[in-house]
Ligand binder design. Structure first.
Ligand SMILES: Nc1ncnc2c1ncn2[C@@H]1O[C@H](COP(=O)(O)OP(=O)(O)OP(=O)(O)O)[C@@H](O)[C@H]1O
Ligand SMILES: [Mg+2]
Length: 302
């Protein structure tokens, strides 16, 4: 007789209570930052990765909520957060401190970052694809060993800095695409140390929810029109293969202008439509205007 199959029992993680030193408390993201925030499934995936001490690398188009997602996790867990925006020459070592000459002696001044990594915290390295390959290598060591030797520390004697078990490290990037030309593709030894969370576009329902939360005074009729316009733009960009990306950011900007008294045409132009000029795609402008005219009849007289 075959043995009855017993399903693998699943583990449940207990939520941790973190003791944060007073000087790091001001770095915990504040509630006000998330007033219009809507929780999506991707937030749960990011939280799971962090809770299990992985190194999440969030990726996706502009405005899909990557950076804010990491901040939201830090807020929910009460973790001080440090955000570093990477660039080609960004050197991880420099975050630990710097040498100065005092009275002829070499002095190494440790930074707040060293305090942060030795406590429960969240360190986000944003725009990681801007970093040069050579400067990524130190990250591999830090992630692998959870410690880094800084040779200038201790006034030149060198010191090993160890990460606190609850120091979380995450990354975010816009992968290279037809629409996003900046940045490098990270090598597989770096990518292999991360877990990869791709940020989806906001669905129509999520946009609706986010707009209600952010602009509660907006009537349903107006909200539907702005969302219909945005949906039409996304479709037109897709079908016409226009090399720009739009996101909830542009939708919010348009409504922000309009609700603060700007006329509709200027709100649409400054919030979204003139992005075509910035991206050297002026010919696409008419296609986007046609969407606006289909939603708001008053724009026919443009
Ligand atoms: N979960 C959410 N609920 C409501 N609004 C959100 C949410 N996530 C993001 N937003 C809105 O989208 C904007 C852009 O989010 P965020 O800066 O995190 O995008 P990003 O993916 O990091 O973009 P980029 O690739 O350009 O850095 C936020 O300022 C906020 O207005
Ligand atoms: Mg970002």
């Amino acid at each position: 007789m075959p043995e009855p199959e017993v399903p693998t029992p699943k583990k449940v993680l207990a939520e941790k209570k973190h003791a944060i030193p007073p000087e790091l408390l001001p770095h915990i993201p504040i509630k006000e930052l998330f007033e219009g925030y809507i929780e999506r499934n991707v937030d749960k995936r990011l939280a799971r990765a962090y809770d299990l001490d992985k190194y999440p690398l969030t990726q996706g188009k502009q405005g899909t909520g990557k950076t804010l997602g990491h901040q939201y996790y830090a807020y929910k867990r009460g973790l001080p957060m440090f955000l570093f925006c990477c660039y080609e020459d960004f050197i991880l070592e420099k975050l630990f401190g710097d040498r100065t000459i005092k009275g002829g002696d070499v002095k190494f001044q440790e930074t707040e970052f060293t305090k942060a990594i030795q406590n429960p915290s969240l360190i986000l390295f944003d725009e990681i694809n801007a970093l040069s390959h050579a400067n990524t290598i130190q990250f591999n060591t830090l992630l692998q060993n959870r410690c880094l030797f800084i040779k200038d520390a201790e006034d030149g004697r060198g010191k090993v800095f160890r990460l606190h078990p609850d120091c979380h490290i995450g990354f975010a990037q816009n992968p290279k695409s037809r629409k996003y030309v900046g940045g490098n593709i990270r090598s597989s030894n770096f990518l292999g140390r991360c877990v990869h969370i791709t940020y989806p576009e906001f669905t129509k329902e999520q946009l609706d929810q986010a707009i209600i939360k952010r602009f509660p005074e907006l009537t349903k009729k107006d909200r539907d029109m702005f969302i219909a316009f945005y949906g039409g733009i996304v479709e037109t960009i897709e079908q016409g293969q226009i090399p720009i990306d739009v996101s909830i950011r542009q939708l919010i900007n348009i409504i922000d202008f309009w609700i603060h008294g700007a006329d509709l045409k200027e709100s649409l132009e400054d919030g979204l439509i003139c992005m075509t000029d910035s991206a050297s795609q002026p010919k696409s402008k008419d296609a986007l205007w046609r969407i606006a005219q289909a939603v708001w009849k008053e724009l026919m007289k443009k």
